[in-house]
Design a protein around this ligand. Structure first.
Ligand SMILES: CC1=C(CCC(=O)O)c2cc3nc(cc4[nH]c(cc5[nH]c(cc1n2)c(C)c5CCC(=O)O)c(CCC(=O)O)c4C)C(CCC(=O)O)=C3C
Ligand SMILES: [Fe+2]
Length: 341
């Protein structure tokens, strides 16, 4: 099958102080996130002048893909902020695109990391009459180029730390119920946390570390609802109590150094470690690393040439969908939101 374009589908982020609140409202609409939490997160964004780095990082990563000779036009659209995915799809249609591949900027399965991007595709196709067909590329958490980019970043960050530092992987926390519902029911759930654990294991093995931890960051939602734990900041404190002489944080759950990375890790976790006198380093995410650009090109080539997936884990290959239809029945079903009484 042939395609006339690639849609780069991401999360989106505000571009100035006045964008922050409407952006946060887009992200959390109908999700029961308490206003106190929104005020807190708004302050994180305003700390950086109301500008998230995420849009610029996506544009730079797209440039890196073009720079290695990728020959399809690349369009850029987001779930939560401009350029919105609906607009990107309308532009694609106007440019004569009939069928496009979609690269979602998340490596993992689960509702927020995978299925919600299918919902974005569905929403955009509903908004655009006679929309182009959209085929989403598969999950890539165990692709050798993804693992390799992180392994090099860990090696680079380690040069600033004492030799017995602890390697700690982080990913975005999600509600425990969402993780239980991640993947098709036949797989027994937990696809998100299992894939995060597997990618962490692969990176740790690549750098020759047999001791490492997997923890979570950026918890949202009402406090009474359980989310994946421990949190990275609490974990910094536990490691300090254990007498660990340094910490290297690798944000394996993300593909770019966006705001949740620069705030929750480079500010909050870093500051806590510094207060405790613990050396702290953070590995870079793939961003515009040429290997990440190559990964995108390979995923497209693999799909268009029907090649076997290049992957390092025995986990099933998943996440490839057409026009926003889930990749398997009941896969990563959206959680039932708490109803107000
Ligand atoms: C699994 C996952 C990823 C990784 C997969 C992927 O990358 O797609 C991710 C990425 C991101 N999350 C981001 C930002 C936010 N996430 C929020 C809220 C939430 N995230 C969730 C999960 C995830 N999120 C969940 C379950 C919620 C609760 C609300 C809901 O059920 O949906 C909120 C609301 C405020 C708050 O934090 O409470 C914000 C502002 C940014 C952009 C940062 C920037 O601007 O640079 C990025 C890349
Ligand atoms: Fe998030």
């Amino acid at each position: 099958m042939s395609y006339d374009a690639l849609l780069w589908l991401s999360f989106g982020g505000p571009e100035g102080p006045a964008d922050v609140r409407p952006f946060l409202e887009n992200v959390t609409r109908g999700r029961g996130v308490p206003p106190e939490r929104l005020d807190e997160v708004e302050a994180h964004y305003q700390h950086f002048g109301g500008v998230s780095p995420i849009n610029a990082l996506n544009l730079a990563a797209i440039e890196a893909v073009r720079a290695i000779g990728f020959d399809l036009p690349i369009h850029f659209g987001n779930r939560n902020w401009h350029p919105m995915v609906e607009q990107a799809l309308a532009d694609m249609k106007a440019a004569g695109v009939r069928r496009a591949l979609v690269f979602p900027t998340s490596a993992y399965g689960g509702y927020s990391a995978c299925r919600q991007y299918d919902e974005d595709i569905l929403r955009a196709r509903t908004a655009v009459p006679d929309a182009p067909e959209l085929v989403k590329l598969r999950q890539f958490f165990d692709h050798p180029l993804f693992i390799d980019a992180f392994a090099d970043a860990v090696r680079a960050a380690a040069t600033t730390l004492p030799p017995d530092y602890r390697l700690v992987f982080t990913a975005h926390s999600v509600p425990v119920s969402a993780d239980q519902a991640a993947g098709p029911p036949s797989e027994g759930g937990h696809r998100y946390s299992r894939q995060v654990a597997e990618a962490s294991r692969l990176v740790a093995a690549a750098v020759g570390q047999d001791q490492y931890d997997v923890v979570w960051q950026s918890r949202s939602g009402p406090p009474r609802i359980p989310w994946l734990e421990p949190d990275i900041v609490d974990h910094v404190e536990s490691l300090h109590k254990e007498g660990v002489p340094g910490i290297l944080v690798c944000p394996i759950g993300f593909v770019s150094d966006h705001l949740e990375v620069v705030w929750d890790l480079d500010t909050e976790a870093h500051d806590r470690a510094t207060e405790l006198g613990m050396p702290f380093a953070r590995a870079a995410t793939p961003n515009s690393d040429p290997r990440f650009a190559q990964l995108v090109v390979e995923l497209v080539h693999e799909h268009t040439h029907n090649l076997p997936p290049r992957k390092l884990s025995p986990f099933p290959t998943a996440g490839c969908t057409t026009n926003g239809t889930p990749c398997a029945p009941l896969c990563c079903e959206p959680a039932k939101r708490p109803t107000k009484h």
